[in-house]
Design a binder for this molecule. Structure first.
Ligand code: 4FV
Length: 222
């Protein structure tokens, strides 16, 4: 998968996407990730990317010209252009699975008070929000989407790392898990997990996932 990111803060991406599983995916070529500075598509001495909103109001908006030029020069036939903003549809595991089936994504990150509306109208295939809160810019949301989607790409997670039976994979929270020691500070691992009776273990895990979801995330059940 090819992922291009358009941002005013390329340096923010150094670090989170240069470690562990994501770095391995990049090195193996499964993920071709490129970070682009939006100012590279400006032509004035001040490299202007923002301006005041028509009709007044606080703050500044991202201008259409640099973003249109950048998207038009970076996108290909198959590219899915995605805006990151608080007014997007709420990103979740199902959407991540959807995106993981694409061949290339172009993530356009917001800043200031947001985008000139013509960017959404004429360029975006989709608009995603990572949650109902306001960040200083769209870099972290882009990293969240990249990390969530990349680990679903075939070959990214090794055998010992599986996206098979995890939270949200069946619309439920994950069942409680335990590793050695079997007893820690008086807290014992449930007997059934050490019974070797896989049918009983599966049954117990399904029940625990239901119980936990009903208690902590009943919205997932509805
Ligand atoms: C955001 C979110 C988000 C809003 C103002 C950037 C900021 C600034 N993006 N999910 N929540 N963006 O808060 O995606 O433009």
């Amino acid at each position: 998968m090819k992922i291009d990111v358009l941002t005013l803060f390329p340096a923010m991406f150094a670090g989170p996407l240069d470690e562990s599983i994501i770095m391995r995916a990049r090195k193996s070529g499964i993920l071709d990730l490129k970070i682009h500075n939006l100012r590279d598509w400006t032509h004035d001495r001040h490299r202007t990317v923002d301006d005041r909103p028509f009709g007044g109001g606080p703050g500044m908006l991202l201008k259409p010209e640099p973003i249109f030029e950048a998207v038009e020069s970076l996108r290909r036939e198959t590219t899915k252009v995605i805006l990151l903003s608080p007014s997007g549809r709420k990103f979740n595991q199902a959407i991540a699975r959807e995106l993981a089936r694409e061949s290339d994504l172009l993530l356009v990150t917001g800043h200031y008070e947001g985008f000139d509306a013509r960017i959404r109208q004429a360029l975006a295939h989709d608009e995603l929000s990572i949650g109902d809160y306001v960040l200083t810019n769209g870099a972290l949301p882009a990293m969240v989407v990249i990390d969530t989607v990349a680990r679903l790409l075939p070959g990214v997670l090794g055998d010992d790392e599986s996206s098979h039976d995890e939270s949200f994979s069946h619309g439920l929270l994950e069942y409680p898990q335990y590793t050695r020691p079997a007893e820690f500070r008086g807290m014992k691992v449930p007997e059934v997990l050490m019974s070797g009776n896989h049918a009983e273990i599966e049954k117990w895990r399904r029940e625990q996932a239901q119980i936990r979801t009903a208690k902590d995330r009943p919205d997932l059940l509805s």
